[in-house]
Every structure is written in structure tokens, then in C-alpha cells.
Design a binder for this molecule. Structure first.
Ligand code: SF4
Length: 365
């Protein structure tokens, strides 16, 4: 993956199963299942679907001993690191680690006293598993809420640092930190502050960010601002909806900052009165037929001759609309004119040919 991130803060590199978070590792995209974890069949199916869409790390809620035990089977049937999310019962963290979890997430506000954390750490050390301290504005410790009056950035940071210091006292440093707030500005401030204080990798996210459009905007602003400043090592876009959408938005977010090259980068215009083709439906069909492609490729779908030829020429492949037809550009050169009725099929064929050519070049090198 191409990572153009000269200003990225070099954090500690932590191994999570078959991947890494932090240091010089590429920024990973995470999601969380919304099936019942103990419903092993549905959970595995959902994780495999998320893998297909490019999810790098998956988290499941472990709410009881049945779901902790389900991790054994889930782990055997998936290919990406599995994170166990523990909220109240520290014994579930221990059980999850024993059953193959690649990382444990605990919420300091919900896990309770030091002795319990000590017990968890003992097991994590034994299995070589990292821990995410996942502070959340909705579940801050009562005394911090009383001290600060609200889940402010300082309160969230203090909660995370308390846990960090405790883990350090226990000689445990395989730590990832998240400090999520549902308020974008609080979240940005909190991550900026904690990034200045510790070198552990940061898991970025706006929590409880809402349905697709609202979450996409909030997450892109919150996560995007931080990544642009060099802060953050892994991300999760939280959406009320299908977790596949979380992965899609997360990947597009990284692509927009040039932090990941993955799949089709679609450049398409919004259309206007100059457009004499049904561009919206064409762009929609092309996008849907290209979702399984993982190789990076720039594809332009433009409505008319104003900006169309320019964008289409700059992309790897593109079409610019005319009067019920399109001009097809490949590698900056005009290839042919295609009737509107055939343009989707022709464009898809040409994209496949282009990807095959790229693969053959790589093989020959
Ligand atoms: Fe309008 Fe043409 Fe621009 Fe599309 S490319 S928005 S049709 S001027």
C-alpha cells in the first residue's frame, strides 16, 4: 500500500494476529459485527463478507461465556484478526484470550478495579495479545464525570492515561488507545492531546456517529483531520446500519488522503443541464459491477465535453458524454465512440482488459 504520510507520528508497533497497528504499518480499517456472536454461522458469514469488502480487523462483542467460547470456531473460519470487545466482566476478557482472540478491547469506565485488570494482563502476556483501552464519552467513570462536569476531551484523556499508567505499572505495553466521543470537536481535541502525551498507537473513531450520511460526514471530518495531522494508526467508522458500509466509507476515507490504494477510484460529475446522457444510472451500474475489484484503478465517468475529456484523459480509463453517446479514453488517448446503450458493458470489458494488462506487466517484472 502506498502511504504518503511524511508527517505521521511514529508510534509503537503492535502485532494483532497477522497484521500490525502503529509504527510504519499501513493504516487499517476496522469494523464490528452486529450479529449475535454466539450465532457462529451468521457471525462468520458477516465477517467473510466484510473481508471481501476490504475489512482489515474485525471486532465482536463478547457478552457472555457462550459468545467467548464461540470465538474458537469463528477464529478458525476467518482470515483477519479477531478482536473481543469486553464491557463489564473481566472474566470474559480472560476467556476470549484463551479462545483465540487476537486483541482484547476493554472500556476502563466499565471494567472496574485494578485487581481485575491485573488478572486480564497476566493472561494477555501469556498469549502475547495486545489490549485496546477503549474510552467512550458515553461510559466515562463517574468520578471523572463529576470532576469535569461532562465527558470533555480532558476527562476522556485522563481516563485513558489512568489505564495506561496502570498497565505500565504491570509492565504491559502492548497497548492501543481509542478515545471516542460522539462530538467531533471533542474527539479531535482528545486525540490530539493524548497523541502528545504517549507513543502508543491510536485507534480513531467518532462514536455513535449516526446513520450512513451523518456518520460519513462526522467520521470523515473527525478521522480525516487527525490523519491529515499525522495522528492515528487504525480507524473505525461507526454507522447505524450494515457494517459493510463502515468498511466502504473507511476505505474511501483513507483513499481520499492517499493513505491507501484500493479498488476503483470513481471520478464522476454531478451532471447539469449540459448532460445529454443518463449519467447517474450509468455511474451507479458501473460502481455496483466493480465492487469486487481490489486493484487500484482510476475510472472517470463524465457527463459532457466541458470537464469530461480532461478528467477522462487523466484517469486510467474514462468516458465523456456527448449526444446519446460517449467518447472512451484509455491511458489518456481516445479509443472509440460508444453508444449510450452499450457504454456500461463496453467500459466494464475495457476495465477488465486494463487490469489483466497490469497483472501481466507485474508478472513479467
Ligand atoms: Fe455538467 Fe459536463 Fe460538468 Fe458534468 S462534466 S457537471 S455535465 S458541465
Amino acid at each position: 500500500m502506498n502511504v504518503e504520510r511524511m508527517n505521521k507520528k511514529l508510534t509503537k508497533k503492535v502485532r494483532v494476529g497477522n497484521t500490525f497497528i502503529g509504527g510504519d504499518a499501513p493504516i487499517t480499517v476496522q469494523s464490528m459485527t452486529n450479529t449475535k456472536t454466539e450465532d457462529v454461522k451468521s457471525t462468520i458469514e458477516q465477517i467473510l463478507k466484510l473481508e471481501e469488502y476490504g475489512c482489515d480487523i474485525i471486532r465482536v462483542a463478547v457478552t457472555n461465556f457462550e459468545s467467548a467460547s464461540a470465538l474458537k470456531i469463528i477464529k478458525k473460519n476467518i482470515h483477519i484478526p479477531l478482536v473481543a470487545d469486553i464491557q463489564f466482566d473481566y472474566r470474559l476478557a480472560i476467556e476470549s484470550a484463551k479462545n483465540g482472540a487476537d486483541k482484547i478491547r476493554i472500556n476502563p469506565g466499565n471494567i472496574g478495579d485494578k485487581e481485575k485488570v491485573k488478572e486480564v494482563v497476566k493472561v494477555l502476556k501469556y498469549y502475547g495479545i495486545p489490549l485496546r483501552i477503549g474510552v467512550n464519552s458515553g461510559s466515562l467513570q463517574k468520578e471523572l464525570l463529576a470532576k469535569y462536569g461532562a465527558p470533555t476531551a480532558d476527562a476522556l484523556v485522563e481516563s485513558a492515561l489512568r489505564e495506561v499508567r496502570l498497565l505500565e505499572e504491570l509492565d504491559f505495553t502492548d497497548i492501543v488507545i481509542s478515545i471516542k466521543s460522539s462530538d467531533v470537536l471533542t474527539m479531535i481535541k482528545a486525540y490530539e492531546s493524548v497523541s502528545q502525551k504517549v507513543d502508543y498507537p491510536l485507534h480513531l473513531g467518532v462514536t455513535e456517529a449516526g446513520p450512513l450520511i451523518k456518520s460519513t460526514v462526522k467520521s470523515s471530518v473527525g478521522i480525516g483531520v487527525l490523519l491529515y495531522k499525522g495522528i492515528g494508526d487504525t480507524i473505525r467508522v461507526s454507522i447505524t446500519g450494515d457494517p459493510v458500509e463502515e468498511v466502504k466509507v473507511g476505505i474511501e476515507l483513507l483513499k481520499s488522503l492517499n493513505l491507501k490504494k484500493y479498488g476503483i477510484n470513481l471520478i464522476s460529475c454531478p451532471t447539469c443541464a449540459r448532460c445529454n446522457v443518463d449519467l447517474i444510472s450509468i455511474a451507479d451500474k458501473v460502481e455496483r459491477r466493480l465492487t469486487s475489484i481490489k486493484e487500484p484503478l482510476n475510472v472517470a465517468i463524465m457527463g459532457c465535453a466541458v470537464n469530461g475529456p480532461g478528467e477522462a484523459r487523466e484517469a486510467d480509463i474514462g468516458i465523456a458524454g456527448g449526444n446519446k453517446n460517449f467518447v472512451l479514453f484509455k491511458k489518456g488517448k481516445i479509443e472509440k465512440t460508444v453508444a449510450e446503450s452499450e457504454v456500461v458493458d463496453v467500459l466494464i470489458d475495457e476495465i477488465k482488459k486494463l487490469l489483466d494488462e497490469k497483472k501481466n506487466i507485474v508478472k513479467r517484472q
